[in-house]
Design a protein around this ligand. Structure first.
Ligand code: ZN
Length: 200
């Protein structure tokens, strides 16, 4: 796949503070440049406002008998944000992904472990939650580092990558936060080759 420019609309829903989101966006953008070597534009706003829109978690997402939020509703929320963003570009053909960032526990049917995020391979929407990334140090820095790795993982799926077993690669499966801490904020060479269609 050849990327001229990748656009990533970040749609944050929950109780995020603006400083966290600003740093997250800046670092994600520079990681994509450093690891993918592509000109990625990560943005929150579809208007010219400087205030980051922070959405409410869609009420339909909450599933009382499980006590968590289903990703199905979050995908719909992401698709709505994508439609909204496409209008910004008019009819131009753009490679546009949406990263839905939430701060609540999420689940998908049939999966009983801790879910850090979800995305379809080759899909348009990636979901990442910071809720299970909390730690007893209450360190925002650590939460952000983990969220960035999970964002690379889920966005990697949307760009066509499957899970990878090379140690340290962001496309490794994470069963818990310790697995996330083992990963680097980058893709391995094999995954990068796959992204760029054999280019080395
Ligand atoms: Zn890999």
């Amino acid at each position: 796949m050849v990327y001229n420019k990748l656009y990533i609309r970040i749609a944050a829903a929950g109780n995020f503070d603006e400083k966290f989101l600003t740093e997250f966006q800046k670092e994600l953008q520079s990681l994509l440049w450093d690891t993918l070597g592509i000109n990625a534009s990560c943005f929150y706003n579809v208007s010219n406002s400087r205030v980051i829109p922070i959405y409410k978690i869609p009420s339909t997402a909450y599933t009382p008998h499980i006590g968590k939020y289903n990703t199905q509703s979050l995908f719909i929320f992401g698709k709505e944000r994508r439609e909204e963003s496409l209008k910004k570009f008019g009819k131009a053909e753009v490679l546009l992904k949406v990263l839905v960032l939430v701060d609540v526990d999420i689940y998908k049917s049939g999966f009983t472990g801790t879910l850090f995020g979800e995305a379809e391979v080759g899909g348009e929407i990636a979901i990442v939650t910071t809720a299970p990334l909390e730690n007893h140090f209450k360190s925002n820095f650590l939460i952000k580092e983990r969220a960035l790795k999970e964002a690379l993982h889920e966005l990697g799926h949307t760009l066509g990558l499957d899970h990878c077993k090379i140690p340290g690669c962001a496309m490794n499966i994470s069963k818990d936060i310790y697995d996330i801490d083992e990963k680097k904020k980058t893709y391995c060479k094999q995954c990068l080759n796959k992204l760029f269609g054999g280019y080395t």
